[in-house]
Design a protein around this ligand. Structure first.
Ligand SMILES: Cc1ncc(COP(=O)(O)O)c(C=O)c1O
Ligand SMILES: N[C@@H](CCSC[C@H](N)C(=O)O)C(=O)O
Length: 465
């Protein structure tokens, strides 16, 4: 994958020509972007706050449609047999609704170019097609299960060497990056242990040791509202649009964003060649979902902070970068504008955890996150079940871990339902003041207890049923 080799011959011609021509179109920030039937960015030369940019789309549509039309067409007629001047010919290669979404996301992700595909895993598939046999990948020891599965497949069948190291320690990355390293792949926060990687430090170490390394960051756990890895030194950022970006669990999507046009062209080549570009209808749904990202995330985060504080103040070991007790709290806030709405906690007993999950009513037992509805899951049995038990143990992924993905419901209802589930599952000791976690009791220092209790009491009271 070293350097950015020229485009394959087969990618040249009509489609690449259209994109090549498009790259001469600049937006108000000077970004080169493909053309669009609706430019997405306000054309008055002003850059607005992200909350405004999320909502704002400008249309060149012939009827001035307020909502970007769904171009539900596989083909586009050409003016002549030789063609060549039309922007679109076939939806696998490009579609106006998809282009509009891509421009909108490029703007939001502070990127030169964004590409949308059929899922988050589709993004990683496209990115790893940049690898060649013998290339090495450096990545974390806490990763989404599907990411781990694809990397394992590539190392077993694709002659790719994958190093899993503790990326929370940049020096551990330094030890394994060599001239053979083609890709450094990071999550921060990680799914499901919410570990934080110093993206600027790891990116700079990687580039210093091997300038042709591509540093890619999976930003799914935060969304562009809260973190922009391209601004932190990453070469590629991708995320599952199935999560926060869309927010309603009604579509699957993935977004890849880049600043380097040559990398963008190589990724586009794979998307067109393999046919994983997002469909017009899902592009439209995702564009609609993105508009409410700001308000959804604000409510989800505030609920998540409340729930994390509630659990911690009752003695559970909680992992959430919004809590001062998080070991990398300062590092996280040096890179991000929020902590997101995913947290995890331990009970000390797998059976107790299973009972808690099954006792919850409002919290749906479901994989995924970023949705307006609150979800509860056991990663080792669900989202991360594809990582074998031995590896989970080596990587210290607790089997009793419960992951909460907090939605926009009334926080008092969420706390009530969780309290009832904790009591019903026998996870807590009832005390005169309420209850305390039974197992894996997390001992906070005195100052943290006082802070957690006062924050917890700010919201709705949390009596057990
Ligand atoms: C951190 C992370 N990255 C990527 C993915 C893959 O996304 P998708 O399900 O849209 O393929 C997921 C979840 O599925 C995830 O949690
Ligand atoms: N059966 C699926 C599980 C998807 S997990 C989705 C999401 N990333 C999460 O973390 O919950 C699979 O095997 O991929």
């Amino acid at each position: 994958m070293s350097g950015t080799p020229p485009l394959p011959e087969s990618s040249k011609g009509k489609v690449t020509g259209a994109i090549g021509k498009a790259l001469t179109t600049k937006d108000i920030d000077g970004h080169d972007l493909p053309p669009s039937p609706a430019p997405s960015t306000p054309q008055n030369g002003r850059k607005y706050a992200l909350a405004t940019e999320l909502v704002y789309t400008e249309s060149n549509d012939q009827y001035n449609a307020s909502s970007v039309p769904i171009y539900q067409s596989a083909t586009f007629k050409q003016n002549s047999a030789t063609g060549g001047n039309e922007e679109y010919d076939y939806t696998r290669s490009g579609n106006p609704t998809r282009t509009h979404l891509e421009r909108h996301l490029a703007k939001i992700m502070n990127a030169n170019r964004a590409l949308v595909v059929s899922s988050g895993m589709g993004c990683l598939d496209v990115i790893t097609r940049l690898l060649r046999p013998g290339d090495e990948v450096v990545t974390g020891d806490d990763l989404y299960g599907g990411t781990n599965r694809l990397l394992k497949y590539l190392s077993t069948h694709g002659d790719i060497i994958v190093h899993h190291v503790d990326t929370t320690n940049p020096e551990a990355v330094r030890k394994v990056v060599t001239s053979k390293t083609a890709l450094v792949l990071l999550e921060s926060p990680t799914n499901p242990l919410l570990k934080i990687t110093d993206i600027p430090a790891v990116a700079s170490i990687s580039h210093e040791l091997n300038p042709s390394v591509i540093v890619a960051v999976d930003n799914t756990m935060l969304s562009p509202l809260l973190q922009n890895p391209l601004d932190l030194g990453a070469d590629i950022v991708y995320e599952s649009g199935t999560k926060y970006l869309s927010g309603h669990h009604d579509l699957m999507a993935g977004v890849i964003a880049i600043n380097n046009p040559a990398i963008g062209e190589r990724l586009f080549f794979t998307i067109n060649a393999s046919g994983c570009g997002l469909s017009p209808f899902d592009s439209w749904l995702l564009l609609r979902g993105v508009k409410t990202l700001g308000v959804r995330m604000e409510k989800q985060q505030s609920n998540a902070h409340h729930i994390a504080t509630f659990l911690e103040s009752h003695g559970f070991k909680v992992r959430y970068p919004g809590l001062k007790s998080h070991p990398q709290y300062d590092l996280h806030w040096s890179m991000a504008r929020g902590a997101g709405a995913v947290l995890s906690f331990e009970t000390g007993d797998v059976n107790v955890s299973e009972r808690i999950v099954e006792s919850a009513r409002l919290w749906a037992i479901s994989v995924s996150f970023g949705c307006v509805n609150s979800l509860i899951s056991m990663p080792c049995r669900m989202s991360h079940a594809s990582i074998d038990e031995k590896t989970r143990k080596e990587r210290e992924l607790p089997e009793d871990l419960i992951r909460l993905c907090v939605g926009i419901e009334d926080v008092g209802d969420l706390v009530d339902d969780l309290s009832r589930a904790l009591v019903q599952a026998g996870a807590v000791n009832i005390t005169p003041d309420g209850f305390r976690a039974l197992g894996a009791g997390h001992t906070l220092d005195e100052e943290s207890v006082i802070q957690a209790e006062s924050e917890s009491s700010k919201g709705v009271e949390t009596p057990a049923e």
